[in-house]
Design a protein around this ligand. Structure first.
Ligand SMILES: Nc1ncnc2c1ncn2[C@@H]1O[C@H](COP(=O)(O)OP(=O)(O)OP(=O)(O)O)[C@@H](O)[C@H]1O
Ligand SMILES: [Mg+2]
Length: 465
């Protein structure tokens, strides 16, 4: 493709140069020959006027001397041709008695024109070819045409300078064409190099090499394109890493309860004499693991839906206070088990236009965390109030708290502060990331404040409309 464009480009340049050269030589040649023709024609016309009446009237010798004199002053060779085309006098004394072979002479003799001219290539005295101009004018004596006067002048000098000029121009043409060729190759390299780099980068990326970066120096469009491409590669790379991380975390979370179930089931299979109480306990454990599996799968599905933008909000008019109370009611038995008290403080019912199912999940996840991460006998406070156009839900506990360095990560997927402790409480590290996504879908915000050993407060702020 590149070579074809280059060849076409060179052809156009070459052709234009050739046309310019040829036209210039023609124009210069025309103007040079026009001058020669004008002076030749006026010279021969003057001479024929002066000599016409003397033809036959003057003695032959005297007339020939006159002719020689005229030839010397005009700087050319003069011929007198009779009406038959025969040379009657030649200042070079060479062709007397022969018929001239010059077409321009015969047009005069036939009476078609008064004067005419032509250029011919003839053999010179040293047998070399030379260009001459022949200018003929009718000789009129006593009102009748008696022959023609022919003046022959050499135009070899003019032809030589034209040939020299043409050669010079051809040399210049050759050098320029070579320079244009070199420039075209260089420019096409400069232009196509970044394109080649980019297409190489795209090809590598399509094969899964996200590490590759393209380097296009400068600030031009290609450099901007390369920068955009590099940025895109980085994003694709981090997305790819995040996806791999997600798949590996998810598999790990599913593997653990499955391994536990397998151990429990195997011991029940191989231990024939298992006491009924122990069997019941094992079955209870399996039931818990199955619950955990289904909750992890449910959370994963929710996240996948959020990521693929399939999770739609089903907004309706709702009383946020009712949702909060309902979530607390569902978690009350768990809190009772840990001898914890949950205080609900509703300052405003917060009527709003939102998705009650999703907001219930938000409340449930945060209050469940509060219950899970607060020791026996602790207390949890759930308060709801209005602040301007926002509903503000605060969930505080007197639990273990979150270390400062972990606060920024609690909303990350699969993030657990204390992996061993969470494992006991059955956490996967997905609850808060789902909370954050749902709150964001509602154009709200969720923040956390915590003091290790003292307690944690989660604040959810949601626009009521
Ligand atoms: N109220 C809290 N007090 C102390 N630590 C908390 C509190 N809430 C969350 N955390 C910490 O943040 C981590 C992330 O919470 P998240 O709810 O996302 O996951 P999880 O509770 O471990 O698992 P699950 O997916 O079952 O909710 C928890 O593992 C816990 O370490
Ligand atoms: Mg949780």
């Amino acid at each position: 493709m590149r070579t074809r464009i280059l060849v076409a480009f060179l052809l156009v340049i070459g052709l234009s140069f050739y046309l310019v050269t040829v036209t210039t030589i023609h124009l210069v040649g025309d103007s040079l020959f026009e001058d020669t023709v004008q002076s030749g024609m006026s010279g021969v016309a003057e001479l024929s006027a002066a000599l016409g009446e003397r033809v036959g009237a003057e003695p032959a010798d005297a007339f020939y001397q006159r002719l020689l004199e005229a030839a010397r002053t005009s700087g050319g060779r003069l011929l007198i041709v009779d009406m038959d085309g025969k040379v009657q006098a030649d200042t070079f004394d060479a062709h007397c008695g022969t018929r001239v072979a010059l077409s321009e002479v015969y047009t005069l003799l036939r009476g078609e024109q008064e004067s005419d001219y032509g250029f011919h290539r003839v053999l010179g005295s040293a047998q070399e070819e030379t260009w001459v101009g022949c200018f003929a004018s009718a000789l009129v004596s006593g009102g009748a045409r008696v022959g023609a006067l022919v003046m022959i002048v050499s135009v070899q000098d003019t032809v030589d300078s034209l040939t020299f000029m043409r050669d010079q121009m051809m040399v210049i043409f050759g050098i320029t064409l070579a320079a244009v060729l070199v420039m075209a190759v260089l420019i096409s390299r400069i232009i196509t190099k970044p394109v080649a780099e980019l297409s190489d980068g795209i090809e590598r990326m399509s094969k899964g090499d996200y590490q590759h970066r393209v380097h296009v120096p400068g600030k031009g469009e290609m450099a901007q394109l390369a920068a955009a491409f590099n940025q895109m590669s980085e994003q694709v790379m981090s997305l790819d890493e995040a996806r791999n991380q997600f798949v590996s975390n998810a598999s790990h979370e599913l593997k653990t309860p499955l391994a536990t179930i397998k151990i429990l089931v195997e011991s029940m299979i191989y231990e024939d004499e298992m006491p009924a109480a122990l069997r019941k306990e094992f079955l209870g454990d399996i039931d818990k693991e199955v619950d955990r599996l289904s909750s992890v799968v449910g959370d994963l599905l929710t996240l996948v839906h959020i990521d693929s933008h399939k999770l739609r909000l089903h907004r309706e008019k709702m009383i946020f206070a009712d949702t909060v109370r309902e979530s607390v009611r569902r978690l009350q038995p768990l809190a009772d088990k840990h001898a914890q008290t949950i205080t609900v403080d509703i300052a405003d019912p917060c009527e709003m236009f939102a998705d009650p199912g999703k907001l219930s999940q938000v409340c449930y996840n945060i209050v469940e965390n509060a219950v899970k991460y607060t020791p026996e006998g602790g207390s949890i406070t759930v308060s709801l109030h209005r602040m301007g156009r926002d509903a503000v839900l605060e969930i505080s506990d007197t639990g273990v708290g979150i270390p400062q360095e972990d606060l920024a990560h609690v909303f990350d997927r699969f993030y657990r502060v204390d992996r061993a402790r969470s494992r006991d409480t059955g956490g996967t590290g997905l609850g808060l990331s789902i909370v954050q996504q749902i709150v964001r879908l509602h154009a709200g915000s969720v923040t956390v404040q915590s003091q290790q050993g003292k307690g944690t407060t989660f604040t959810v702020q949601l626009p009521v409309k």
